[in-house]
Design a protein around this ligand. Structure first.
Ligand SMILES: Nc1ncnc2c1ncn2[C@@H]1O[C@H](COP(=O)(O)OP(=O)(O)OP(=O)(O)O)[C@@H](O)[C@H]1O
Ligand SMILES: [Mg+2]
Length: 418
């Protein structure tokens, strides 16, 4: 049995080959033309350009990191009839449109140039409901005719195309522009919660992906604009490359939490200082994100919930995404995915925790103190407005409850600096 091969495409050019040998091990090798082009970027900070092939262990964090996780991965594999541990088989079936610029295509498959947003029929509400009903047994609509879509994460979702404000499924080769996220069945109001946290982050001046809560036939879902896609003047949607911090640091998705060996704040700040084209700005962006997450109780901010975007401005921290107040759900652990020094919860937080965090970030304690005060103040000022704009839309009781809780947390944090 010879090796299996997928060509890795980036903006119409082949970057290299992703392979699986007869022992099941995956590998990646850059194409010579890509290596020879000094302007061609590496796929990942963890896969620097070199002629030697990357081993299974070396390339798995990046490639495996493109795939859905946990139950999403398991159920998608079942729908496709492949093994959930087989990254190659999963990318073979799902790797047509992923986070970032890449497309993974079988060797014999012709590359389809991304055209202008085609005039395919958007879905009506009944069509959207059919998608919502299909996702529990077909994550990312895995196995549906003509669709090869992948995104990381443990929650249900499917990338889509927005045409004049209406949702459509992508045509083969077409770049998706938005992500459709249904609510998490076992927790109340997650769509409203995530919409609220994302809108609040935007309202206080953080760089965050725009979101819109929508519904079809009374079924709510969140529509998230992709920051790794741009529409040029002729209406053609282009893919922009990105990778999450675990991919960049060579950490496989199964150990994304710092408690399992995944990235700590220190690792993340070091990564930004090493790869960002504007490290000082990005370090402050991550400081703000960490403080915001502690204020709103978003405990799930692990290394796959931060990314680096590679566009013509050079590598930099991507807008924030996946902001959910997990503190709204008492069944979820209150421990922050990344500790502030030795402190993992708001209740434990104290000056020691902040001092350790400032050291990890490489910023002064005075600057941090000022930023905490500003962000807490901004949350207290802006959260009511962000909450009421969304309450009007959904009529949900979840939002006022979360609003009250995060205001209490903002007041508490102001006092943790001692
Ligand atoms: N607005 C966006 N633009 C581009 N890519 C995005 C955007 N939002 C999310 N992504 C990508 O999709 C992946 C999954 O999204 P998200 O983190 O929201 O899913 P999730 O299933 O809720 O994750 P988790 O497992 O952390 O709960 C992200 O890791 C990121 O790579
Ligand atoms: Mg996530």
């Amino acid at each position: 049995m010879t090796a299996k091969v997928l060509d890795v495409w980036w903006d119409g050019r082949v970057v290299g080959q992703f392979t699986q040998d007869r022992h099941g091990d995956i590998g990646f090798a850059y194409a010579q033309a890509w290596l020879d082009d000094d302007n061609a970027l590496p796929l990942s900070a963890s896969l620097p350009k070199r002629p030697e092939r990357f081993s299974h262990r070396e390339c798995r964090p990046f490639f495996g990191g493109l795939l859905p996780e946990e139950t999403q991965r398991l159920v998608a594999a079942q729908a496709l009839g492949v093994s959930p541990a087989n990254d190659f088989a999963l990318l073979d079936r799902l790797g047509g449109d992923v986070a970032g610029a890449l497309q993974l295509l079988p060797e014999d498959q012709e590359y389809i140039e991304t055209g202008p947003i085609a005039d395919q029929q958007p879905m009506d509400d009944a069509g959207i409901v059919r998608v919502l009903d299909a996702l529990p047994t077909r994550p990312l609509l895995a196995g549906e005719e003509g669709l090869r879509l992948s995104l990381a994460g443990a929650q249900s979702k499917v990338p889509v195309v927005l045409i004049d404000g209406q949702i459509a499924l992508p045509l083969p080769g077409q770049a998706t522009t938005h992500i459709l996220k249904p609510p998490i069945a076992r927790f109340r109001g997650t769509t409203e919660n995530e919409a609220f946290m994302m809108r609040l982050a935007a309202a206080i001046g953080l760089d965050v992906a725009p979101v819109e809560p929508r519904s079809a036939e009374g079924r709510s879902f969140l529509l998230i604009e992709r920051y790794d896609r741009v529409r040029d003047d002729s209406g053609v949607v282009r893919r922009i490359h990105q990778e999450d911090f675990c991919q960049a640091l060579g950490v496989p998705p199964e150990t994304k939490y710092a408690s399992e060996g995944g990235p700590t704040f220190k690792d993340c700040f070091e990564l930004l200082r090493r790869v960002s084209a504007r490290p000082a700005t990005d370090v402050l962006k991550l400081v703000d994100a960490a403080v915001f997450n502690l204020i709103v109780g978003n405990a799930d901010a692990h290394g796959k919930n931060f990314s680096i975007l590679y566009d013509d401005q050079g590598p930099r921290m991507a807008p924030l995404y996946d902001l959910l107040s997990t503190a709204a759900y008492p069944d979820l652990s209150p421990k922050m995915a990344m500790r502030f020094g030795k402190r993992a919860t708001l209740a434990e937080m104290d000056l020691d925790g902040w001092q350790a965090f400032a050291k990890d970030a490489g910023v002064g304690l005075r600057l941090l103190r000022r930023r905490i005060a500003e962000l807490c103040g901004a949350v207290l000022t802006e959260s009511g407005g962000a909450a009421s704009s969304l309450c009007d839309v959904s009529g949900s009781q979840a939002i006022p409850d979360i609003n009250g809780m995060i205001n209490d947390r903002a007041r508490m944090i102001s006092m943790t600096m001692g």
